[in-house]
Design a protein around this ligand. Sequence first.
Ligand SMILES: Cc1cc2nc3c(=O)[nH]c(=O)nc-3n(C[C@H](O)[C@H](O)[C@H](O)COP(=O)(O)OP(=O)(O)OC[C@H]3O[C@@H](n4cnc5c(N)ncnc54)[C@H](O)[C@@H]3O)c2cc1C
Length: 382
Amino acid sequence: MTQHAHHTQTGPRIGIAGAGLGGVTAAGLLQRAGFDVVLFDQAPGFSRLGAGIQFGPNVLKILSHLDGLDRKLTAMSCLPDYWVSRKWDDGTVMAEIPLNAERARYGAPYITIHRGDLHQAMLDCIDPARVRWGHRLVDFTDNGHSVSLDFENGARETVDVLIGSDGINSRVREKIFGAEEAVYTGWVAHRAIIPGAAARALGADVNAKWWSPDRHIVCYYLDRDQDEFYLVTGEPGEWTDRSGQLPSSRAALKAAFEGFHPLVQGYIDATDTVTQWPLKTRDPLPVWSRGRTVLLGDACHPMKPHMAQGAAMAVEDAAVLTRCLAELGTQDLERTFAAYYAARKTRATRVQSVSNANTWLKAPEDPYWCYGDNVYDLKLGT
Ligand SMILES: Cc1cc2nc3c(=O)[nH]c(=O)nc-3n(C[C@H](O)[C@H](O)[C@H](O)COP(=O)(O)OP(=O)(O)OC[C@H]3O[C@@H](n4cnc5c(N)ncnc54)[C@H](O)[C@@H]3O)c2cc1C
């Protein structure tokens, strides 16, 4: 890949466990900062998860540091002018919050997109020689000078720094802090994608959340041409299965949203494949690193997804961690990781608690503290 040839690869070797949205961002930014990066994931290869995602201006500002990925994504995505909160039964507007309508004030666009398209576009920003699929990290040893990594497939690697971006059931976290199950919140999410034409025929809002006292459904387009429309819910439910998702059905979704507005019924009637996901969280961790190992994203602060900022926090973590490693160096990792934690802890914990409370944008409010943030303006502690 000639486009990557100008990046120097002689810096400290950084191993990243987990090629989700956080790990991929870290790999792309660290590679550009001159680090010798290697990114591992347990999955046998890239797979296109059938779901949508919202990324706010706080994230797009970071993606501009990946060779204009922000512009590429903005050209592909749906760009909602407003977020609309509606009452579940009669559709009364409870709040209308400017998104791209105040793009200049936030400093970047707000996008909604298919997760698979987003993940692929982000992976395209990394030198493919640095990505190792089929590598499930099972153990690691920090000998004070380096970290040796052991993978399920028998491979061993040695790195100077290990980043654990391996999600809510992080092996890296478990090794540092001990085994502890994530907390099931008592809520599930249904997800489905319907044809955009069906949503348009019904007169869908571009981006809306319908709220009843105990559940909600969020609905938005996934692309510029409005070819796909996405439904994602939050509802009380049982979850005993160990797996992270299960197949569900239109009938289950219909039953869960009985009595909701006819527009919502119309969306549900247009569904075909429906999946169901448990919503889990963890208490905030008192530290995010030990020795040569550091955590980011869901590995250290998973949350209920009701602010649409979980992956955003993983991307922000990756950007701040890259800044700390590049600006403060790897000689004194305790200091570098302390600066990372100090820069991230308050904001990540605030987002985690607002997201878990499920109050975000329900009533009129100014989301500037979240969307207006730019991690490149942060002054890093020493
Ligand atoms: C229903 C729902 C809707 C959401 N909507 C939004 C939204 O609109 N906007 C938003 O910002 N966030 C949203 N989120 C949150 C977001 O999905 C997560 O916060 C985000 O995916 C976390 O990214 P991550 O990179 O930290 O971890 P993950 O995406 O979980 O990635 C972890 C990776 O690590 C790999 N892995 C795991 N264990 C190992 C191992 N031992 N060795 C090697 N690899 C390993 C996995 O295969 C995976 O690829 C939503 C979440 C849910 C459940």
